[in-house]
Design a protein around this ligand. Sequence first.
Ligand code: PBG
Length: 345
Amino acid sequence: MGLLFSPVYPTESDSMPQLPTHRPRRNRKSQVIRDMVQETRLTTHDFIYPLFLIEGQNQQLEVSSMPGIHRFTADRLIDEIGRCVELGIHTFAPFPSINDALKDRLAQESANPEGLYLKTVADIKRQFPDVVLMTDVAMDPYSSDGHDGVVDVDSGEILNDASLEVLGQMALAQARAGADIIGPSDMMDGRVAWIREVLDQNAFGHVSIMSYTAKYASAFYGPFRDALDSAPKKGDKKSYQMNPANRREALRELALDEAEGADMVMVKPALSYLDVILDVKNHTHLPVTAYNVSGEYAMVKAAARNGWLDGEKTMMEVLTSIKRAGADAILTYFAKEAAEVLRRG
Ligand code: PBG
């Protein structure tokens, strides 16, 4: 091949500068070779698809800040799950939007077996026994205060130990409805041990716990709270969710969740926390998951709508990077769209 031009060297030596002997580009020279040496490969088995559930029948409403994502009535949600199963997605994380009239201080609707959420969970499991359902444990969708724990009436403080009782009852009711995996997203101290004990004492030893281990107080949850109308009425979640500036603290949470009996651990959000995903991966033998949250989805969609990014390529790059960082599974609103891309090949 040779050089394109003959360089003139100002030095006394007439030897050429050293041409590279190590050429990483050789491993990139064709699509076949690139495919052969690819380190991270997404599959539909990696995805957990979060779904939004609303009261009513035969309706689906698009979440305005999440193009392509809908809030479904139970019948439509079940149809959607059927379509996703066809695409190879088998794990789902439903979240309910609860009527304001049913919300109270203690989130009592969360343990009502006849309520929207638990009835739908049972329906889904009846229709699709092989589908894995991960149910969310936190008070916010059912709480008149919009917080994940019990709010003290006088001080406004979030009461840790009083919350554990509510969360334990919620988890137990979800297990009874047929949940395969309990996902405590509340960040109260000691909740994994508490929930594990409640489950075990009630013969639900086979029900798993995927702990939201390092859940940060993030601005990226905005669209989710719009979708469920679950934003805190007062204050913020900083007294229980982690400070985005902290990394070592995630390992402390990890050690506690392991000791308390979590089966899987999660980092949330994902994209701004890839370092945390890697750290957690390096410090545990448990499966690590990451939650690619609503705001991360919204950003890509908004830019794609404006023609500023190629939405599909960006989506695949985002998901691949989360897996590359160490996530064994990814909760993502992109699940269905990415499964369609993967099917196309
Ligand atoms: C509730 C919960 C939240 C999310 C999942 N479970 C919101 C919050 O903590 O305020 C956010 C998910 C997302 O943004 O996609 N405990």
